[in-house]
Design a protein around this ligand. Structure first.
Ligand code: UT7
Length: 329
């Protein structure tokens, strides 16, 4: 049995933080941010709005598009590193907010690869034959863990959520194959040091600003290009597909220069690549489902097309998923 995507949706908070807003907060410029990252603006949650709220908006749209009741959902999986709180899970909060009383669910932590890891997990649950409707979301409220005094990170991230509904496929389309990886040896290059069991929150951790993301940008940059390009070319080789067979490549949106180098390595044309980083920035778990939703909205994918998703993130975690696009709302 194969799993297919039958609905897709996204949510971006209303509030927008532009590069010129950031110019007033840190020593940076619109010109530097745009030329080095491809980002012009990012969406930021309003006061009191959290990851579960964004996901709930996504879930409601998906249920409406597919014309089903929340009671029909079997499982909810959320790829996020910014849950509303450590416990209960964001999936449980969403389950309650949408009254999906027959669904169980969990959060999955794989940073920028969170959506791909969640998609793989959800698709295997459907393939098992036991579950028919699995809601998979990728979402992050990055503004909750960003140091708005650190110009090397605050310019890169935004908030947002996206998701898909997975169901059994009735034809030969759907999620065809995947290659996913973890290398914990990359753990120090991109992390949020405190707030977990190693460094529980204390006055000291707050004073040392350890509840914010830190990264070695150049190292992450190089590894991201290699990771997404190598996983994608291996996946295509395994499935006997040529690069020109791909209708749309949807990479994680971390930096336009990463995407450009990656697509150059793969030999893709600009028409084959989905880029929306300019108005969304890096929403971590949200980037790929948000870009997928925008690709569908703008008719960049049709039934029968080969679509490749690729991600790279903290862990390190990375990978690529191959889809043959099906009828999807
Ligand atoms: O999803 C995974 C999450 N993280 C990433 O994907 C990060 C990947 N890395 C990157 O996107 C890039 O490495 C950055 C955008 C973080 C940095 O761009 P870069 O082209 O690698 O710049 P750099 O680190 O080589 O720094 C060049 C210069 C430095 O100044 P000096 O030492 O040459 O005087 C930085 O201090 O740019 C400076 N700089 C800035 N200048 C203005 C760094 N950030 C900024 C800034 N505005 N915001």
């Amino acid at each position: 049995m194969r799993t297919t995507i039958t609905a897709v949706a996204k949510y971006l908070p209303e509030r927008v933080l532009t590069n010129s807003d950031l110019e007033k907060m840190v020593n940076t410029s619109d010109e530097w941010i745009l030329s080095r990252t491809g980002i012009s603006e990012r969406h930021i949650v309003s006061d009191g709005e959290a990851t579960s709220d964004m996901c709930t908006r996504v879930a409601e749209q998906i249920l409406e598009k597919r014309g089903i009741s929340s009671k029909e959902l079997d499982v909810i999986i959320v790829g996020t590193v910014t849950p509303d709180m450590l416990l209960p899970s964001t999936a449980a909060l969403i389950q309650n907010q949408i009254s999906a009383t027959n669904a169980w669910g969990f959060d999955l932590s794989a940073a920028c690869s969170g959506f791909l890891f969640a998609l793989e997990s959800g698709s295997k649950l459907v393939e098992s034959g036991k579950y028919q409707k699995v809601l998979v979301m990728g979402a992050d409220t990055m503004s909750s863990i960003i140091d708005y005094e650190d110009r090397e990170t605050c310019i890169l991230f935004g908030d947002g959520a996206g998701g898909v509904l997975l169901e059994p496929s009735s034809n030969d389309s759907g999620i065809l194959d995947s290659l996913l990886y973890t290398d914990g040896g990359g753990g120090n290059f991109l992390k949020m040091p405190a707030g977990g069991s190693q460094h529980p929150a204390s006055h000291d951790t707050v004073n040392k600003r350890l509840h914010y993301i830190t990264q070695e940008g150049r190292e992450v940059f190089r590894s991201a290009i290699r990771g997404m390009a190598d996983a994608t070319s291996e996946l295509l080789k395994l499935n006997k597909l040529r690069i020109e067979d791909i209708r749309l490549f949807i990479p994680h949106q971390a930096n336009k220069r990463i995407i450009d180098s990656c697509t150059e390595r793969l030999g893709l044309t600009p028409e084959q690549v989905m880029i929306n980083i300019e108005h969304c920035a890096n929403t971590t778990g949200g980037t790929i489902p948000i870009a997928l939703a925008e690709a569908v909205e703008t008719n960049r994918i049709s039934t029968g097309d080969y679509v490749v998703l690729a991600a790279f993130g903290a862990g390190y975690t990375w990978g690529s998923i191959l889809i043959r696009w099906d009828n999807c709302t």
